[in-house]
Design a protein around this ligand. Structure first.
Ligand SMILES: [Zn+2]
Length: 363
């Protein structure tokens, strides 16, 4: 039996005792430590800078489209900090020997939206492919969903002696974020100021995974469509107010507001903004595979008909071929105009939670 399994068994036995005595036991004062001491010094300082230090810029006012998607108070640095810190409870490094446990409490809970169980695939705490963004993963939506599936409260536990943190995942907003050191090193390729902004953008992205409820709980990613740079990967979003959209928005507003950024720094940020925004699917992207196939089909038919039009001697046949070409042309324009009509899908971000009455109400 592995050490982790033993630990889990002990925990399962213990939590039964604790939970029987009082749920309040688990609300013992926990340190406000949100960055795990398991990080190497250097990486810890990078993560802390990205998490705690806002660059202080007041963003430009939001335009109409932005106002329909985001809370206007986000233009203020303090409100942005509050928004993110509310959605991130703990950030820890990915380590091969798993240093944390996840377990289910024995109290049966009534979860909201009981008829809407998760639709996105999750692999029993494997966390390999889900909501992973360049080595940064929010585990809490999956932990919460496991609790929901079992009608029990799920807990995250880090037994590091300094932390000794047990976090009841009463909502995916109790963001548990795992970061690989590779992800940090990858960002460190850029100047320090830029890499911190990029990492902060990723943290905003992960924080967004705590929002939403029912079927769109956690704003899960969707497969990128045929023809996309990330085709076939769970690296796109259908809503216009999901994690990638927020991340792109953060980068855009930072570039706008950064008076001390030089052109190179702004260019790097703009590149990532465009790359990230490209993962938010527009109607055009969503229809592209199906429509593209139909467009090819129509174009081939038109070519074929045009050929027979010129080969044909019979006037009656010529007229019917001509009508068919016009009909197909009309269909072609309809598909193209429909595909170009950009639609936004905005999902209600209000979070799902199973808080007790006497616990703090969510934002
Ligand atoms: Zn994500």
């Amino acid at each position: 039996m592995t050490a982790n399994k033993t630990k889990l068994l002990i925990l399962l036995a213990l939590q039964g005792l604790f939970l029987k005595s009082s749920f309040a036991y688990f609300t013992f004062p926990q340190s406000e430590m949100k960055i795990s001491p398991r990080f190497e010094m250097e990486i810890s300082s990078i993560v802390s800078t990205a998490f705690y230090l806002e660059n202080g810029f007041v963003w430009k006012e939001l335009n109409e489209e932005e106002k329909s998607l985001w809370d206007e108070s986000l233009i203020y640095p303090l409100a942005r900090n509050e928004w993110m810190h509310k959605r991130i409870s703990y950030i820890f490094p990915h380590q091969l020997d798993r240093t944390y446990s996840i377990f289910l409490g024995s109290i049966e809970r009534t979860y909201p939206f009981p008829e809407k169980y998760p639709t996105h695939p999750y692999n029993e705490f494997g966390f390999q492919d889900i909501n992973t963004h360049n080595g940064v993963t929010s585990l809490s939506p999956e932990i919460y969903l496991q609790g929901k599936k079992n009608q029990k409260l799920a807990y995250f536990f880090d037994n590091h002696p300094v932390v000794n943190k047990i976090i009841p995942i009463t909502s995916p907003q109790k963001g548990i974020i795992q970061i690989t050191s590779k992800a940090i090193k990858h960002l460190d390729f850029f100047p320090e100021k830029i890499s911190r902004v990029l990492l902060r953008g990723i943290l905003f992205h992960e924080a967004r995974h705590g929002d939403g409820h029912g079927k769109h709980l956690g704003f899960p990613h969707t497969l990128c469509p045929y023809g996309h740079d990330y085709a076939g990967q769970l690296a796109c979003d259908t809503p216009s107010n999901g994690s990638y959209a927020l991340q792109a928005f953060y980068l855009k507003k930072t570039v706008e507001a950064c008076t001390e950024c030089n052109e190179y720094e702004k260019e790097v940020l703009r590149f990532f903004q465009v790359e990230t925004k490209g993962r938010v699917l527009t109607t055009k992207d969503k229809l592209s595979q199906l429509d593209q196939e139909r467009i090819y089909e129509i174009e081939n038919k038109i070519t074929e008909l045009t050929r027979s039009y010129f080969d044909e001697d019979d006037n009656h046949r010529i007229s019917s071929i001509s009508k068919e070409i016009y009909r197909l042309n009309d269909e072609l324009s309809r598909i193209i105009s429909r595909a170009n009509r950009r639609k936004t899908l905005i999902l209600d971000p209000s979070p799902e939670n199973i808080l007790e009455k006497d616990e703090e109400q969510p934002f």
